[in-house]
Unconditional design. Structure first.
Length: 257
């Protein structure tokens, strides 16, 4: 993987591969930083006392480590495994997988631009890494919001269009679901018909309505964009409420978190 930074920062979480094990320490390659390795002292492997480090680590193990300290002048990087919480480990592993995908996607963009991968990173890739923090986030933005969103962030139109093309071919936008409960009451003799006509006002197939129990109905909207979900829910629930109210009934929507 390519990285715009030469060294990690103290406190950063990194993906490492164990490369060498000694009685009191282990050395690990930092997978996100080319030609960089760090040391894990035996006291930083686990929270419990360790008699044999090899019972905890093997060469080739891939781990999430926390950077304790960095000495750039000497090239020393001290790492810890015991200071990584399980939730942080899961999040970092997910980020790592996504960044490997982003690396492949950017290789496709480089090809579309007629550049080698290294030249593409030098030309704009490292700048994009610094701007977005993680490259996969940029591709998600491109897939869901298009090239115009990248241009607003300062990406050139030529690069933004190529990134959008690659992103939309290879990334399925995350779906967002929002929910509400619609309480409906109508005491007129033809109340059931009034309620049915009210729900008939829904004109978007992204809206799902289901009966819960009298007088409650669930409202659910699923879309690739949160703002679109909100608009669809409001527009369609308003139509239902207005129609039922106009015909002598009562209706109110309660949003669910």
């Amino acid at each position: 993987m390519y990285n715009y930074k030469d060294f990690p920062e103290a406190g950063e979480y990194v993906i490492v591969t164990i490369s060498n094990i000694n009685p009191n320490s282990a050395f690990a390659r930092l997978d996100e930083y080319k030609n960089k390795s760090g040391m894990i002292h035996i006291s930083e492997v686990a929270s419990t006392w360790i008699k044999d480090i090899r019972k905890y680590l093997s060469v080739g193990n891939k781990k999430v480590a926390k950077v304790i300290s960095v000495d750039r002048s000497k090239g020393y990087i001290n790492l810890s495994l015991k200071r990584v919480k399980p939730t942080t480990e899961r999040e970092k592993k997910t980020e790592w997988k996504n960044e490997k995908k982003a690396d492949n996607l950017f290789s496709m963009v480089a090809k579309e631009m007629g550049l080698s991968v290294s030249d593409a990173y030098e030309k704009t890739g490292f700048e994009l890494q610094e701007k977005y923090g993680v490259m996969y986030a940029m591709f998600e933005v491109a897939a869901s919001e298009g090239a115009s969103a990248l241009v607003k962030d300062g990406v050139s139109e030529e690069w933004a269009k190529k990134i959008e093309d690659v992103a939309r071919k290879n990334i399925k936008p995350k779906e967002v679901t929002i929910k509400g409960v619609l309480e409906v009451k109508c005491y007129k003799p033809n109340g059931i018909e009034i309620i049915k006509k009210g729900f008939a006002q829904i004109d978007n197939d992204k809206v799902e309505v289901a009966y819960i129990n009298a007088p409650k109905y669930s409202f659910k909207v699923t879309s690739g964009d949160y703002r679109e979900c909100e608009k669809i829910l409001k527009d369609n629930s308003d139509k239902v409420i207005d129609n039922i109210t106009k015909n002598g009934g009562e209706a109110v929507l309660h949003r669910q978190k």
